[in-house]
Write a protein that binds this ligand. Structure first.
Ligand code: GLU
Length: 439
């Protein structure tokens, strides 16, 4: 059986690091097994779903390189839900209820007051056909609950949390359809997971109790439940799911100069026992991906760590990947010379400016000024060859180390630090270098 995973965002907002992480893990799990990764847009909530969010979710997934092998939209699948729902009506696994929110609230309070778990009392199961007819005549439309099988203990082996047990006698029958006919998340998701052949549901641990009821829904629809895994949620450095983290979108990270490879490399490993490396190859991350390496503690997301991984990634990015982001005229040799010195690709422009000039003339001591001025004559003989130039100057002046290199670097670049001069000098060129030494 091939592995099929899905990422099922609700397009009520844009993606943030938390749901990007879930998407990525589903992608990695599918790729590891040569399987399929599907995108399902959970847009049954027509009020809150927005087309612009669908577009931005897709654009972000593409930016991250998380290409999907198939796509479904829940809003286009209402006929299927209706047909499957009819089967559950026929088998008596869904039933009509009429309690208002206030009535349910009161029932809950009474139970809690008696020290009992606030479970729905199934009062509506006692309604007769005549009762339903009377409700209909009075213009009351029912909402629908899924009838849990209280005899069947709910169990699954969670890919991350291990063996899970739920006693359905301690659970309320979940509402699956509202009185206006609209769907809640639980049932359409199960119908789709069956129809789309999803073998592995990997999502946040906030869904564990949903899974408990969904396990019985799969069975009620004649299907074996998929494998489930629930990952610990992402928290900020301060240890909770901060508002900032929940709203940390891809636009912001792009503006900050974060490369998709960096976010993928970090999020692939966050919350696992595997080390975070600036890995460029997503296929390699997929090969190493293993649910057994996930911990139960919340995964901490630290923006500073993301920037460190980003620097490592930028240092490794080949020219072909960044060429379109570099200033006009900046070629492969320049990128290779400069990339160890930048943490974000945009900073390459500053160093390219150092190469092309003009650069500010540094404040040098009289000695150093005489030295660099004389160096221009040596340069005329050696050409823009740093090793040859510095060897000749060392022999002629007896200068070495910092006294030899620093004044040259200052005169040639206008700065005290920077990329390797052996790579930079040929880019500056002999004529321009001579002008800077004598300036
Ligand atoms: N639309 C649901 C959510 O975003 C999907 C949950 C699931 O993966 O089943 O929470």
């Amino acid at each position: 059986m091939t592995v099929t995973t899905r990422f099922a965002p609700s397009p009520t907002g844009t993606l943030h690091v938390g749901n990007v992480r879930t998407a990525l893990h589903n992608w990695l799990l599918a790729k590891k097994h040569g399987g399929r990764f599907l995108l399902r847009i959970d847009d049954t909530d027509t009020e809150r779903s927005r087309e612009e969010h669908v577009a931005s979710i897709k654009a972000d997934l593409e930016w991250l390189g998380l290409h999907w092998d198939g796509e479904e939209r829940q809003s286009a699948r209402f006929d299927l839900y209706e047909a499957e729902f009819a089967k559950l009506v026929a088998s008596g696994r869904v039933y009509r209820c009429y309690e208002t929110a206030q009535e349910l609230d009161l029932k809950r309070k009474v139970l809690l007051g008696r020290g009992l778990p606030p479970i729905y009392d199934r009062a509506a199961l006692g309604l007769t056909q005549a009762d339903h007819a009377a409700k209909a005549a009075a213009g009351e439309t029912p909402h629908w609950r899924f009838l849990l099988d209280r005899e069947a203990v709910i169990e699954w082996t969670d890919g991350i949390r291990g063996p899970q047990h739920f006693d359905p006698a301690k659970m309320s029958d979940p509402v699956v359809r509202r009185a206006d006919g609209s769907w809640l998340y639980l049932l359409p998701s199960v119908i789709d997971d069956i129809a789309m052949g999803v073998t592995d549901v990997l999502r946040g641990e906030d869904h564990v109790s949903n899974t408990a009821s969904q396990v019985q829904m799969f069975e009620a629809l004649g299907s074996k439940p998929p494998r489930f895994a629930h990952e610990a949620l992402l928290v900020g450095t301060e240890g909770k799911l901060s508002k900032r983290l929940g709203s940390l979108g891809m636009d912001h990270l792009r503006d900050e100069g974060i490369e998709p490879e960096a976010l993928v490399a970090l999020l692939a490993r966050l919350g696992t026992s595997d080390p975070v490396n600036p890995e460029l190859d997503a296929a390699a991350l997929a090969t190493a991906f293993d649910l057994a390496h996930f911990g139960r503690a919340p995964a901490r997301f630290d923006e500073a760590e993301l920037h460190r991984v980003n620097a490592g990634v930028v240092h490794r990015l080949p020219f072909a990947r960044v060429a379109h982001l570099l200033p006009d005229g900046m070629g492969e040799a320049a990128w290779d010379a400069i990339r160890p010195n930048v943490e974000h690709i945009a900073e390459a422009a500053d160093w390219w400016q150092v190469v092309t000039g003009p650069v500010p003339a540094p404040a040098l001591s009289d000695d150093d000024r005489a030295f660099v001025t004389a160096a221009s004559a040596t340069l005329a003989q050696t050409g823009a060859d740093w090793a040859a130039l510095t060897a000749a100057l060392k022999a002629a002046t007896g200068r070495k180390g910092k006294a030899l290199f620093l004044p040259l670097r200052q005169a040639l670049t206008g700065r005290d630090h920077g990329p390797d001069m052996a790579a930079l000098l040929p880019l500056i060129g002999t004529d321009e270098a001579a002008r800077r030494l004598t300036a």
